[in-house]
Design a binder for this molecule. Structure first.
Ligand SMILES: Cc1cc2nc3c(=O)[nH]c(=O)nc-3n(C[C@H](O)[C@H](O)[C@H](O)COP(=O)(O)OP(=O)(O)OC[C@H]3O[C@@H](n4cnc5c(N)ncnc54)[C@H](O)[C@@H]3O)c2cc1C
Length: 355
């Protein structure tokens, strides 16, 4: 049997044309090579179907350089181990994506889907408790993780606090109190921690088959350091005590206070992001049952990615019971989620040094 390398290359080109964006080498050079994220593997050089890229050795360092005519086929970008191009790498696996809005007027950040779905599960005893986040009475906008066991308590805990909360510690305390099925809301990093516990052979969550966690992740570009946020606002003449609402919509951080609204690009708040956020490449929380955020929907709707059978069952039941209205979202809206998730992944490689 003879191998036909050329026909394999042709098929690869066709696949890329149909399935991924057709990036030029310039993009790879800008995002990866010049940022110092290149691992010097030569996959872009070897993969280029028109031999337009050369691996030049400059000061004993291997650097991919464009020496021919780039046809912008996207092969170099797709084959680089430092880029993210496939949908599953960027937002993980899911079975359906919806925009969801809760009926009623309970406290909420966007469509109130998180609260409505968990409320339904509590009411039907599908979970014994939900771990959510409340605001400290003493320190304004300081989050604390709390356990709620009734729908009424849960309805009072809607809305977002853009600072890390210790939800895993509270989840532990639920299991210590002999509860066995818990719903947990958290950012991707928190949900990743639960997934680690569920899959690690030495973790009680893996060993105790009766302990179950229904995981709801919140989309998250970054979370802010509490003192950093207080000082940032102070610098802008805003006392955090007066803030009525925080929101992140369409790349902007919006603060509502004393009847006024002020906004900044989320990028302007990068210096006060939690240091751990620079390690994170997961916008949507790929390890969850449901991932919920606002990207892809209008601000009074929640975009919901369904990732598991139990997540699907919970959403469909909430629709059937008339607690929420929902529509499957279109390609354009899903693309907005993918683009933002890719941005987050690429952010991780924006290193300071170039060659
Ligand atoms: C740090 C952070 C950054 C975010 N960044 C984005 C973003 O860039 N783009 C985007 O589209 N969405 C982002 N979100 C998610 C968004 O703000 C909403 O939470 C999401 O759209 C769900 O809206 P909802 O109306 O369905 O939720 P609701 O029904 O209002 O319920 C929200 C639930 O989240 C819980 N909660 C609030 N704060 C926290 C917290 N810090 N940690 C854990 N749980 C919490 C509440 O207790 C409540 O149970 C972010 C959330 C957080 C916490």
């Amino acid at each position: 049997m003879t191998r036909d390398h050329n026909s394999a290359v042709e098929k690869s080109q066709e696949w890329l044309k149909e399935n991924t964006k057709r990036y030029a080498f310039k993009k790879l050079e800008r995002e990866i090579v010049k940022m110092g994220a290149c691992v010097e593997c030569g996959s872009c050089v070897a993969g280029c179907p028109v031999n337009a890229i050369t691996g030049e050795v400059i000061k004993r360092k291997y650097i991919p350089v464009l020496t021919g005519k780039c046809i912008a086929c996207g092969t170099c970008y797709a084959m680089c181990p430092r880029t993210s191009v496939l949908q599953d790498d960027i937002i993980g696996e899911f079975t359906s994506v919806w925009k969801v809005r809760a009926h009623g007027d309970h406290k909420r950040q966007n469509g109130g889907a998180v609260t409505a779905i968990l409320g339904y599960m509590l009411e039907k005893n599908e979970i014994e408790a939900a771990v959510v986040v409340g605001q400290s009475d003493e320190v304004p906008w300081l989050p604390f993780a709390k356990r709620v066991t009734s729908k009424e308590e849960l309805l009072d805990s809607g809305g977002t606090i853009y600072t890390h909360a210790q939800i895993i510690e509270e989840m532990h305390s639920c299991f210590k109190d002999n509860l066995s099925s818990i719903g947990v809301v958290g950012t991707a990093c928190n949900i990743n921690a639960i997934q680690r516990m569920q899959s690690h052979p030495g973790s009680y969550l893996n060993i105790d088959s009766k302990a179950t966690v229904f995981k709801v992740s919140l989309f998250c570009m970054e979370s802010f350091n509490y003192n950093g946020l207080v000082n940032f606002l102070k610098g802008e003449g805003i006392d955090i005590k007066k803030v009525e609402r925080f929101a992140i919509t369409k790349g902007n951080f919006i603060v509502t206070f004393a009847g006024e609204e002020k906004s900044w690009s989320v990028k302007d708040l990068d210096p006060i992001a939690a240091t751990s956020c620079s390690y994170c490449t997961d916008l949507t929380g790929m390890d969850s049952d449901l991932s919920c955020g606002n990207i892809g929907s209008d601000s009074d709707w929640t975009t919901v990615l369904v990732r598991s059978k139990i997540g699907d069952k919970a959403l469909k039941a909430a629709i059937k019971e008339g607690l929420v209205e929902a529509e499957e979202i279109d390609e354009k809206a899903l693309q907005a989620v993918i683009n933002t998730a890719r941005l987050k992944k690429n952010k991780r490689f924006k290193l300071k040094h170039s060659y």
